[in-house]
Design a binder for this molecule. Structure first.
Ligand SMILES: NC(=O)c1ccc[n+]([C@@H]2O[C@H](COP(=O)([O-])OP(=O)(O)OC[C@H]3O[C@@H](n4cnc5c(N)ncnc54)[C@H](O)[C@@H]3O)[C@@H](O)[C@H]2O)c1
Length: 359
């Protein structure tokens, strides 16, 4: 008979995080965000990967063979900076790394919390933090991002171009259910579905039918529908009315930049690319900002808040909370970078936050 010890497999005590700083300011904000996480005492360990433009230009690798299965197998989460470099005009490496993670790892829910930390950050007149506190849940694996379509009579005056918008019943249902479950888990009261079903009648009709069906399972959550153009108006005129918004891949892409502006700009916005129960990926919303890269002026708060979001997702809620409140303190005490009205550099801002977290 086997002794009890034979059944013992050591369970990793630390959460394993794969880190891809990427390009441009990603390489500056990510190490700074990691310092803040270390200061929180979170039980995590980082493994950094050099995937990005430099590696691609050096040896042609975008994602090594076995890259995505390895991430799914060996890590609890992935933390990405930004990808995009003017030396790679095709952007092929960014596409293969970022869209590869989203599609091949099936990270179907893009979650973007939109929270105003301080009135001074908002371009809207008289808006307070109570007015801007909602979450966008964007479908992340379908829609017009599937690269389906084609050109006929390419380059001639008679050219025709088509771009397919893919909406599967399974894909629509799981993102809508995710939004309701997110609302339930986070004490949110309303889920609004937004789209353009008045003109995109086939895809929009599917979303409408599925939304009504899934909503029946969540009777305590109020439901709303708003066309996406009306929603843009609402986001500016009455953001307080918004709670959880679920929408397709392209509309989600567009409205979340508007949402980022409401919370102080791209440098403040966090996001997660999630498949519940699987290795998920977290990244600040901004890109690689090549024009400001290497100057120690990029705002690290978006990636610090993204790191907090990742810790909360991994169950390290106290550490996540500590980091979020230190960022809030930094905003209130003007310990910020110039894009949001401060005077600190990237390193100094992150260092201030790390020290506050460690206290
Ligand atoms: N998820 C991603 O990795 C991602 C997202 C968007 C764009 N990109 C790529 O990034 C590159 C640049 O794209 P872009 O200019 O359209 O978008 P961007 O987000 O890099 O920059 C847009 C503007 O916001 C500013 N900005 C962005 N992040 C900032 C920060 N943390 N602090 C201060 N200012 C900040 C930039 O200086 C620029 O003026 C392109 O190659 C693009 O493909 C990558």
């Amino acid at each position: 008979m086997l002794s009890a010890e034979c059944y013992y497999f050591p369970v990793p005590t630390k959460k394993r995080i794969a880190v891809v700083p990427g390009d441009g300011i990603g390489k500056e904000v990510v190490p700074n965000a990691l310092e803040v996480v270390r200061a929180s005492g979170a039980a995590v360990e980082f493994t950094t990967f050099d995937w990005g433009a430099d590696r691609y230009l050096a040896d042609g690798t975008t994602v090594p063979a076995d890259g995505f299965p390895m991430l799914a197998r060996d890590f609890d989460a992935i933390f990405v900076g930004a990808l995009g470099d003017p030396r790679v005009p095709s952007n092929i490496h960014a596409k293969e790394i970022l869209l590869g993670m989203r599609f091949k790892m099936d990270l179907y829910a893009n979650v973007r919390p939109v929270r105003l930390l301080d009135a001074s950050l908002c371009p809207l007149k008289n808006a307070s933090p109570d007015d801007i506190n909602f979450t966008v849940v964007r479908e992340n694996t379908e829609g017009v991002y599937m690269d389906m379509g084609g050109n006929f009579k390419f380059g001639t005056p008679d050219e025709v171009a088509t771009q397919e918008d893919i909406n599967t019943r399974k894909g629509v249902e799981r993102i809508i259910r995710f939004a309701f479950e997110y609302a339930r888990a986070n004490g949110r009261e309303k889920v609004m579905m937004s789209g353009k079903s008045n003109v995109m009648t086939y895809a929009g009709g599917l979303w409408q039918r599925v939304f009504k069906e899934v909503a029946k399972e969540f009777s305590e959550i109020q439901t709303q529908h708003m066309y996406v153009d009306a929603l843009c108006l609402q986001m500016v005129r009455e953001p307080r009315s918004l709670d959880v918004i679920v929408t397709n891949n392209m509309f989600g892409d567009i409205i979340t930049d508007l949402a980022a502006a409401l919370q102080g700009g791209l440098g403040m916005a966090a996001s997660g690319n999630i498949h519940p129960g699987r290795t998920s990926m977290f990244e600040p919303v901004h890109g690689s900002a090549p024009l400001i890269a290497g100057k120690n002026i990029a705002n690290p708060m978006g990636s610090i808040l993204t790191a907090a979001m990742m810790l909360a997702h991994l169950g390290l809620k106290a550490e996540a909370q500590k980091i979020e409140s230190a960022v809030l303190d930094a905003v209130r005490e003007l310990k910020m970078t110039v894009d949001v009205g401060g005077s600190l550099g990237t390193r100094e801002c992150a260092q201030w936050i790390a020290e506050r977290v460690a206290k």
